[in-house]
Design a protein around this ligand. Structure first.
Ligand code: PGA
Length: 242
């Protein structure tokens, strides 16, 4: 299975930030590694220009969220069809920041994932437990429930991202055995060909160890994806890519 290293820029990036992506491509001396998929999900304002400039350079472009409907009276929202039209190949749905800040339910996340599939792209469906849930021994139950509620029924490509909420942007990561346990658990509940990414404080310094775990098929990277150097370090740490 091809690994995926996906960058989630969140609400960061202006037109000038295109230089950071160009720096990344320059670090690969013009040809990105073929053994893995590289995806960058910039804010929606940059999807079209990044896709126009970089989709042929071995860096795919994705969205960070979408509305479940194709069009209509939803001021400020962006549909999956619009992201596809702008050149996106993937869309993150159900990120914990959307679930927490916008009260997104599993059912809404599933509807969004279905919209992404209907628009001809693949959704990256995010799941993950809070610190309290992990400490209460409920991490597997919580993630299992999120998967049951938010994964679309399909034979098309979907990607799952396991992102413990407490590891996002904190510098904290689960132990390698906790990551392995969760990824094995998710694999047991899903199709064999679905990539399961780990996300939460992935950095050049811990990427090699995390990406070597069985059933970790790549990483979803927030903060460290904003700097070409860091993202390059993570990509270089992927197995088969050193
Ligand atoms: P982080 O974010 O790498 O900054 O922890 C990961 C994410 O939220 O996707």
């Amino acid at each position: 299975m091809k690994m995926m290293i996906a960058g989630n820029w969140k609400m960061n990036g202006l037109a000038a930030s295109q230089g950071e992506l160009q720096n990344l491509i320059d670090m690969f001396s013009g040809s990105t590694p073929e053994g893995l998929d590289i995806l960058v999900c910039p804010p929606a304002t940059l999807v079209a220009s990044f896709a126009a400039s970089y989709s042929d350079e071995g860096v795919m472009i994705g969205g960070q969220d979408c509305h479940p409907e194709d069009s209509g009276a939803h001021t400020g929202d962006i549909s999956a069809a619009m992201l596809a039209d702008a050149g996106a190949a993937y869309v993150i749905v159900g990120h914990s920041e959307r679930r927490a800040d916008h009260g997104e339910s599993d059912a809404l996340v599933k509807a969004k994932a279905e919209a992404v599939l209907a628009a001809g792209m693949a959704p990256i469906v995010c799941v993950g437990e809070t610190k309290e849930e992990r400490e209460a021994g409920k991490a597997l139950d919580i993630v299992g429930g999120q998967l049951d509620g938010s994964l679309p029924q399909t034979n098309d490509e979907i990607v799952i991202a396991y992102e413990p909420v407490w590891a996002i942007g904190t510098g904290l990561t689960p132990t390698i055995s906790d990551i392995a346990e969760m990824h094995d658990f998710i694999r047991g509940k899903t199709r064999q060909d679905i990539r399961i990414l780990y996300g939460g404080s992935v950095k050049p310094g811990n990427a090699q160890e995390i990406l070597a775990v069985k059933n970790v098929n790549g990483a979803l990277v927030g903060g460290a994806s904003l700097k070409a150097n860091d993202l390059f370090g993570i990509i270089s740490a992927a197995p088969g890519n050193v």
